[in-house]
Write a protein that binds this ligand. Structure first.
Ligand SMILES: [Zn+2]
Length: 117
């Protein structure tokens, strides 16, 4: 049977088998750290999404525009992050960052769109 260690300070735990922390201080430390990590992750992803939206916003002065992939790359667009997708009846999938989106076209072109409600 492996020794039970405190999840926060890694010291061996005494007493009850299902104990996870030495005491409330260790428990609070651990939970605060977990929350910080989660908050950082959320903040980073939000930042990327906001930047993606800014890039699209700058490139779409009207309601739609065709650009090369290079244009998006140079502007720092991150294709791994989007808020939602929209599939048309013809099977094309638009990727949206909030109200701005793009549709991948042939030959590394993209159709950028702005969704007005
Ligand atoms: Zn501890």
């Amino acid at each position: 049977m492996a020794e039970n260690l405190c999840l926060d300070c890694q010291k061996p735990l005494m007493g009850r088998f299902d104990k996870k922390f030495c005491n409330d201080v260790c428990r609070n430390n651990y939970n605060n750290q977990q929350n910080r990590d989660t908050n950082n992750l959320v903040r980073n992803v939000n930042g990327i999404l906001r930047k993606n939206r800014r890039v699209l916003q700058k490139l779409v002065p009207e309601d739609k525009r065709k650009v090369k992939k290079l244009t998006l790359d140079v502007a720092g667009f991150n294709f791994e992050y989007f808020t939602n997708t929209y599939k048309t009846k013809t099977g094309q999938t638009y990727f949206f960052c909030y109200d701005y989106g793009y549709l991948p076209l042939d030959n590394d072109f993209f159709l950028l769109v702005h969704r007005n409600n």
